[in-house]
Write a protein that binds this ligand. Structure first.
Ligand SMILES: Nc1ncnc2c1ncn2[C@@H]1O[C@H](COP(=O)(O)OP(=O)(O)OP(=O)(O)O)[C@@H](O)[C@H]1O
Ligand SMILES: [Mg+2]
Length: 236
């Protein structure tokens, strides 16, 4: 199976990278690093010469450039070369919200496949950050239907994707979403039982056809972005 490097050395060394053409779900609370992980993956794709689109539903791309620059990432060089494109849905969403109030709430319910209808024909990788913005008013059945359709369409187009679903607004959908995807990584904070200190850990909930760590991977967000700091060879 062909794999794409995530840009996180600890993960790539262990798993070989994400399976090409598949969807991986990223969940986590506010501030857990979902966006940084998404950006890091997008840039890693660009470095592998993969045409990538970053769909952002909450922040505008300027915020993402600013975030990237705190890690010394030159996002602009990839947008200039055409390898990376941003699609900003924040503005669109504002309009949708207005319409919901005044026109037809039913018709506006999160239709996730809209996310990918504007993707350029030759898109090979996509980050969707974050579909949680569009889950309001959906019941679990509707969510599952629409989410499955999104995953199906991405697969049909052979697009490798990271789909971010925050735990803050859509906790109830996290479990449902897990079934449809090829892989899932959950970002969280926990108290280290030995040191009593809080640390960031990621859980490889699943990754089909891939050697995955069973233990939580400890990571930090530092000057280089997200870095895995647990030693995968010596799991306790
Ligand atoms: N340059 C930096 N150095 C160290 N830590 C940083 C740096 N930039 C951001 N962070 C940390 O990363 C966190 C934000 O990460 P990120 O925006 O990826 O979270 P998120 O999971 O996408 O959150 P949200 O659900 O709000 O979108 C900040 O709260 C901060 O703790
Ligand atoms: Mg975010």
């Amino acid at each position: 199976m062909e794999r794409i490097k995530t840009g996180l050395k600890g993960i790539d060394k262990f798993t070989g990278g994400l399976p090409r053409g598949k969807t991986v779900l990223i969940t986590g609370n506010a501030g857990s690093g979902k966006t940084i992980l998404g950006l890091q993956f997008a840039l890693s794709c660009c470095r592998q010469n993969i045409k990538t689109v970053y769909i952002t539903t909450e922040e505008d791309s300027k915020d993402l450039y600013t975030q990237g620059s705190t890690f010394g990432w030159n996002i602009q060089s990839f947008t200039d070369s055409g390898l990376l494109r941003f699609i900003e849905l924040a503005g669109v969403r504002a309009k949708v919200t207005e319409a919901e109030i005044s026109i037809d709430a039913e018709a506006m319910k999160g239709n996730f496949s809209n996310f990918i209808k504007d993707l350029p024909e030759n898109t090979e990788a996509v980050v969707i950050d974050n579909i949680g913005s569009y889950t309001a008013k959906l019941n679990p059945y509707e969510f599952r239907d629409r989410f499955d359709l999104l995953i199906y369409e991405l697969k049909q187009r052979n697009i490798t994707s990271l789909v971010i679903l925050d735990s803050a607004t859509s906790k109830e959908f996290n479990e449902i979403a897990l079934f449809s995807v090829y892989g899932a990584i959950k970002l969280m904070k926990r108290e280290n039982p030995y040191t009593g200190r809080r640390e960031r850990v990621m859980d490889f909930v699943k990754m089909r056809s891939t050697k995955t760590p069973t233990q939580f991977l400890t990571y930090e967000i530092n000057d280089n972005g997200i870095e895995i700091i647990s030693s995968l060879e010596s799991n306790d």
